[in-house]
Design a protein around this ligand. Structure first.
Ligand code: NAD
Length: 475
């Protein structure tokens, strides 16, 4: 008879592994199925985020920032270095080690929490069954459960006109493993991945061109911040071409010729490597939707309600495979919500306070509404902006490009959105998220003591500026 569990989790990314651990804490017997194998051919838990996304890209970001700083900034601090060289193999090995360590950490957490982990490709079957095929093939094993959580994540999207060969034309995973610094790097898509990976290789010395189909740069971000970011990235040397629709790509021996069209006509560009970063699609092939009756929405995501319940009883779906932003922290909160609700708690996810971060240099982070959204909703709002050039910490660091901006309801003073472009914006935004989670007003932030000198102070000053009384800045 098939082994039975209280919960089977399909996928061990941030959504799945977090849910599995929380479910085990709540006393459930849990099986987590994941088929990802690391470069060494061994199981590597953590999903796309840990193996080929957030974590390796941040490891490379760190390495590339050290390199860029050594080359461009140390002299201004009075530090002489001589020639600074780069060992790409060592950089990639460090990144892989970071990934291996964290993946082993997830395996350790599973063991400590008594989550049963099985490696293989899971497939949903009717009758609350999951069939797992081992990576090397061989007989599949079936398991049953009271509850099933689908956390199968997402895969890079491709474009038909640009076939990927995994060598010269690659997706975001391939762009984490270039054996040397490409001389000319093309990136299709100036979204989050395009900007992050484009910035990494640019800092390491590539000439980078980003071809973006839309006319608007970073439409999800606040427009003032997006404009400032566009200007800063151009100043750094990133060549971002908006309104550029790629028509075809022809891969040669060691380069690729791309034809694209913009407002001024057709153009050709040649690159030594090309990264396709045009978004990600939900990974639903293992869900047997036809056979199981699982409902997908018109865009191919698993259809769920606000509590991540699918159309099938006791089957839930969370993370990138369902509606909403493809963000690891959104995914893990949904996973926790589902298992806590199974255990009888009344957990909800506050979708209004999900922070966004783009790990460019400087970082861009936001939470809540942008001015564009507030205007569209005809909200009466006030704005407080504090430029980094007026921050003592930013000046001492030599990082004065950027700002912190607060949007608040004009009558109630309640904070509606916070937008930051600054070093460590990913950290500074946490205060804004907490403030919004607690329904804070700008007055609450104005009356909160912030350490001096710090980037966090810029939030304090922006809150003061929302009432026209910043203390360290005058327009
Ligand atoms: P994205 O949606 O952020 O950006 C894709 C970009 O490609 C868009 O600007 C789109 O207009 C453009 N595009 C689409 N088709 C094109 C074409 N044919 N030619 C030129 N441009 C085209 O997607 P992404 O950057 O691939 O990231 C995928 C997902 O992963 C996103 O949902 C993102 O939020 C998530 N992610 C998040 C982070 C983070 O939180 N820091 C990091 C990486 C990825």
């Amino acid at each position: 008879m098939a082994q039975s569990f209280d919960l089977i989790v399909l996928g061990a990314g941030p959504a799945g592994y977090t849910a599995a651990i929380r479910a085990a804490q709540l006393g459930m017997s849990v099986l987590c199925v994941d088929g990802f194998l690391g470069k060494d051919g061994k199981p590597s838990l953590g999903g796309a985020c840990l193996n080929v996304g957030c974590i390796p890209s941040k490891a490379l970001l760190e390495s590339s920032e050290h390199f860029a700083r050594c080359r461009r900034e140390l002299a201004s601090h009075g530090i002489a270095t001589g020639e600074v060289r780069i060992d790409v193999a060592a950089m990639l090995a460090r990144k892989d080690k970071v990934v291996r360590g964290l993946a082993a950490g997830v395996a350790g957490l599973f063991a400590k929490n008594k989550v049963v982990s099985v490696t293989g490709t899971g497939r949903l079957l009717p009758g609350m069954q999951v069939e797992v095929t081992p990576p090397a093939g061989g007989p599949a094993e079936a398991f049953t459960a009271e509850h099933i959580l689908i956390a199968t994540g997402s895969l890079p999207r491709d474009i038909a006109a640009v076939p990927m060969d995994g060598k010269i034309v690659v997706d975001s995973t391939g762009a984490l493993d270039f054996a040397s610094v490409p001389e000319r790097l093309g990136v299709i898509g100036a979204g989050v991945i395009g900007l992050e990976l484009g910035s990494v290789w640019h800092r390491l010395g590539s000439r980078v061109v980003l071809l973006e189909a839309m006319d608007t740069f970073l439409p999800g971000a606040d427009e003032q911040i997006a404009a400032a970011a566009m200007k800063e990235m151009a100043r750094q040397g990133l060549d971002i071409r908006l309104g550029a629709r790629v028509l075809s790509a022809k891969t040669g021996q060691d380069s690729v010729a791309v034809t694209y069209e913009d407002g001024s006509g057709q153009h050709q560009a040649e690159f030594s490597k090309l990264v396709v970063a045009v978004g990600r699609k939900p990974n639903t092939w293992a869900l047997n939707a036809n056979l199981t009756g699982l409902l997908l929405d018109e865009r191919g995501y698993v259809h769920v309600d606000e509590f991540c319940r699918t159309n099938l009883p006791n089957i839930y779906a969370v993370g990138d495979v369902v509606r909403g932003p493809m963000l690891a922290h959104k995914a893990s909160e949904e996973g926790v919500m589902v298992v806590e609700r199974i255990a009888g708690h009344e957990t909800r996810v506050n979708y209004d306070t999900i922070p966004w971060v783009i790990y460019t240099s400087p970082e861009i982070a936001w939470v809540g509404r942008s001015e564009r959204q507030l205007r569209a909703a005809a909200r009466d709002y006030k704005t407080g902006v504090f430029p980094l050039s007026a921050s003592g910490r930013a000046r001492a660091m030599g990082a004065t490009v950027g700002m912190t901006k607060i949007l608040a309801d004009k009558r109630s003073d309640r904070i509606l959105g916070v937008h930051i472009m600054a070093p460590l914006a990913s950290e500074v935004i946490a205060e804004a998220v907490l403030a919004m989670e607690f329904g804070a007003s700008t007055e609450d932030l104005q009356r909160t003591i912030h350490a001096h000198p710090s980037f966090a102070e810029t939030t304090h000053e922006a809150a003061l500026a929302a009432d026209g009384r910043p203390l360290n800045f005058h327009e």
